[in-house]
Design a protein around this ligand. Sequence first.
Ligand SMILES: Cc1cc2nc3c(=O)[nH]c(=O)nc-3n(C[C@H](O)[C@H](O)[C@H](O)COP(=O)(O)OP(=O)(O)OC[C@H]3O[C@@H](n4cnc5c(N)ncnc54)[C@H](O)[C@@H]3O)c2cc1C
Length: 431
Amino acid sequence: MSGESWGRYPLARDQHLLALRDRAAALPAFTGTALPHGNGRSYGDSCLNDGGTLLCTRGLDRFIAFDPASGVLRCEAGVLLAEILELVLGQGWFLPVTPGTKYVTVGGAIANDVHGKNHHVAGCFSEHVLGFELLRSDGSRRWCSAQENPDWFAATVGGLGLTGLITWVELRLRRVRGPWLSVETHRFDSLAEFFPLAAASDRDYEYTVAWIDCAARGSALGRGHFIRANHAAASSGPGAPKRWLSLPLTPPFSLINRLNLRSFNALYFHRQQARVRHALSHYEPYFYPLDAIGRWNRIYGPRGFLQYQCVIPPQNAQAGMAELLQRIGASGSGSFLVVLKLFGERRSAGILSFPRPGATLALDFPNNGPDTFALLDQLDEIVAAAGGAVYPAKDARMSGARFRSYFPAWQTLQPFLDPKFSSGFWRRVTE
Ligand SMILES: Cc1cc2nc3c(=O)[nH]c(=O)nc-3n(C[C@H](O)[C@H](O)[C@H](O)COP(=O)(O)OP(=O)(O)OC[C@H]3O[C@@H](n4cnc5c(N)ncnc54)[C@H](O)[C@@H]3O)c2cc1C
């Protein structure tokens, strides 16, 4: 059957789906190549395998043990971050690192070594993984951790599912006093204001990120809202918002276009009149604003969309980001969902982990065909010239040459690749 990821581009054809349910069982028989599949929240083809098999892990959804004294959790790899939060928050624990959706599996979070708004203090997801079991297509199993088989650990975190199937995991959670965050939102008028504000905020705030108006130009280039937060000790606060709505079907065309993007962004930017606003927020709207709208990825119409996330090293960050935003602004493309953040200095153990020191920009582009692909190639040129990289978990189109220059250590992964595992992404960038 055909299948798609979160960006709904590309469409993978002739994929055979095998549902896994028992972590102790051998891998089911398959022909051709196989790829573990979590909850399909990657945007491009790193979770797709045209003409091959997907080993669907959502059935590996059991909790194995949780110690509320130490915050150490053991669970199967198909457990969602949302399910972990349901189990542990009431007992005073939270995810140490979380991406912008809670609907990802633990296995998917490890295979892309995901990051969150606290990268500058907590690093990547793998920093909090005490170990996991890796099952290979030859039937062998090994425990991988920083102490035991550390080379396999480094290959598998951020390893794009290519080194074997993670069956179960041991994680260390972080303490919190409740579900609320104390949030400060600063309106800033230009990219030049973002950098000192972000650097100063990273000293005192666990979570920092900015929303950028990608349609603003000239002296307003890079204006936006800077949002910084810490977990709050409040004993009461706002409740979790209800799930608003779900897009029941795909509209025949993208609902995001040049006209409504400009006006929507300007309205949103000016929505906050005060320079600084303080609020107590429930963790759901703070960390997962898009999760409130079911299937929001349909908003871009039948052709889907491409997410672009890059990182540019500190010395070139401001100039590089300005160039990217100019190019995007001039194209009239882009979306409302544009985030800019500074990654911290913490290096992940993962050979292919994406985060590295510098500024990271992420945004969606409706798929308008060749124009969109040409624009993204131009963005790649800027990123490559600035010594940066593009995030494979969000990618559906970078060339093999670009990938290999962004991740020069990619060949170090070769000895650890499972000979029977592959993905659309991996074939595209290495063959
Ligand atoms: C709204 C939204 C916001 C996001 N925000 C962020 C963010 O802030 N930071 C960030 O880093 N990412 C972010 N992402 C991307 C997302 O966190 C990653 O793509 C994540 O890996 C998806 O997990 P998944 O369970 O859906 O896995 P899938 O997308 O299904 O698979 C991802 C990769 O994991 C591998 N894999 C899955 N399960 C296993 C397993 N058991 N064993 C071995 N390999 C496995 C797959 O082969 C594939 O290579 C966001 C995505 C969305 C949709």
